[in-house]
Design a protein around this ligand. Structure first.
Ligand SMILES: [Zn+2]
Length: 506
């Protein structure tokens, strides 16, 4: 810690670094909880995590931090330095938001979350929405209060105040104007595919032992550019990526012993998140906004690009098939680049969001966004959520939802009280589609380099354009700087239509 005579800026960054230490210890505890912890340890782990989050909150809302930020805003040397100015601007934004929420509201939300999560697990197991309904009603009410504390942006709505936590600068009306034309183009595309013969998954039923899959995935993820000396891959039920320090970015995946594509796609996704984290300038600025991801949407754009645009391409399979054969030997007999390319691009409506393909996935997100917005505005009673959900699944995906477990009770997000989070998944796909257009215009030989196992040109481009700036630019400004255009639904639509038209002979 610098002395009191150190400049306000040095004192500010010392506090941010100190907070990052606390934050990263909490992350390590939660990583351990998901991957290694024995079940009987959960009670004490909850206490440890609660202590860490209290310490984080105290540091985030300390009035001394507010004083330092005020002093930095007055300092022309700080304001004239782009890195320092970014850090002060973004730290001020974080501080203002954290201090707008009264402690009693934060405590009530945390307590409600843990009780509601238990209720949700039971309700989901019994497929009984009524049991979860009072908790969802409570979360909606708490989220309304939270949004009011944050304040509604001029001309905006309650939802905007919540969305700001995940996708800064984005507004619900704008999400709607991006999602509406996307939905109008995706629904006929998906309906046309449903009329065509289904593509058989050529990887199904091929026994690939999990330890061998792990070696295969480590080789693939390492070759893409995920630095495994500063990372690792572990199994979990719900895959994720977490950063525990400037040289410690870990991912997890889930395995199907009879279909290696599942773990592969999940690993490519999480490795995409990890490569973004590893591309932030954490050696110099760890804990500072300058070395923090721009938003959840931008984060998701990175995971989706490696999972979808790269990992579902023919060029990728031209390179990866021999590697798969080396690891899995006889289990790969008869598989070709073409059969794996086709198997990676199957479009089939599914009740479950996380099981869904690249095209139908977005319709799941739009449904959730609309429901959240309607619940928050009071235009949809929580009691009517299941009926609304099921109608929409029928309209958009042609599916009759058999029970709430496979319907509106499937996601953990609402039980945690997280509202405004869902749209960032599809926003990520949109950012990704647009970045992909630009990178292919600037680097026209990407396919050839993928087929040769050279992913460095793509990663270098992403590092330079998307990763390194951290939070220097707001997500939509970053998109416009990188691509020359405001965010649009069109690149993603064009990419999906052209790929799937060919794949399914539409
Ligand atoms: Zn993701």
């Amino acid at each position: 810690m610098p002395t009191a005579t150190a400049s306000a800026y040095d004192q500010l960054t010392a506090r941010l670094h100190d907070r990052a230490v606390v934050d990263s210890i909490g992350t390590l505890l939660s990583w351990d909880q998901e991957t290694k912890m024995p079940p009987k340890a959960s009670g004490y782990r909850a206490k440890q995590l609660a202590m860490m989050s209290r310490m984080e909150h105290e540091r985030a809302t300390d009035p001394a931090l507010g004083d330092l930020l005020a002093a930095c805003a007055e300092d022309s040397d700080v304001q004239g330095d782009p890195v320092k100015a970014t850090n002060v601007r973004e730290a001020r934004k974080d501080y203002d938001r954290a201090t707008k929420l009264p402690t009693e509201l934060v405590v009530e939300m945390t307590e409600t979350s843990s009780l509601a999560m238990d209720a949700w697990k039971t309700a989901r197991a019994k497929s009984d929405f009524k049991e979860f309904q009072p908790w969802l009603e409570k979360h909606v009410a708490l989220n309304r209060r939270k949004a009011e504390c944050y304040g509604i942006p001029e001309g905006g709505e309650l939802y905007d105040a919540l969305l700001e936590d995940y996708e800064t600068g984005m507004r619900a009306a704008q999400v709607e104007s991006l999602f509406k034309p996307l939905r109008e183009r995706l629904t006929p595309l998906i309906a046309a595919i449903a009329d065509k013969p289904a593509i058989e998954n050529a990887a199904d039923g091929r026994a690939c032992p999990i330890p061998v899959q792990r070696e295969f995935l480590n080789e693939i993820a390492g070759a893409l550019g995920y630095d495994l000396d500063g990372g690792r891959l572990d199994p979990t039920t719900h895959p994720f990526c977490q950063t525990m320090g400037p040289k410690d970015v870990r991912i997890t995946t889930r395995y199907d012993a009879n279909n290696f594509l599942d773990a592969l796609q999940t690993t490519l996704h999480e490795a995409g998140h990890a490569m973004y984290e590893q591309g932030l300038e954490t050696d110099t600025y760890f804990g500072e906004p300058r070395a923090t991801a721009a938003s959840l949407g931008i984060h998701e754009s990175q995971s989706r690009m490696w999972e979808n645009q790269v990992g579902r391409s023919e060029a990728f399979w031209a390179w990866a098939l021999p590697i798969a054969k080396k690891h899995f030997s006889a289990a790969m007999d008869g598989l070709t680049v073409e059969s794996l390319h086709r198997s990676s691009n199957i479009v089939k409506p599914h009740f479950i969001r996380v099981e869904s393909d690249e095209a139908t996935y977005n319709l799941h997100i739009m449904l959730r966004f609309d429901i959240e917005r309607l619940m928050l505005s009071g235009d949809l009673a929580v009691a009517d959520v299941p009926a609304w959900w099921n109608d929409r699944m029928k309209t958009d995906l042609g599916l009759d939802v058999p029970d709430d477990r496979r319907g509106c009770l499937q996601d953990v997000h609402w039980s945690m009280g997280a509202m405004g989070y869902f749209p960032t998944y599809t926003l990520g796909n949109l950012y990704c589609g647009q970045f992909w257009d630009t990178v292919n215009a600037e680097l026209p030989n990407l396919d050839a380099s993928f087929a040769a196992g050279d992913f460095a040109p793509l990663l270098a481009w992403l590092r330079d354009k998307v990763h390194t700036p951290g939070r220097t630019y707001a997500p939509q400004d970053l998109c416009e700087r990188v691509t020359g255009k405001p965010l649009s639904h069109e690149p993603l639509c064009n990419y999906l239509e052209s790929k799937l038209t060919e794949m399914y002979n539409l």
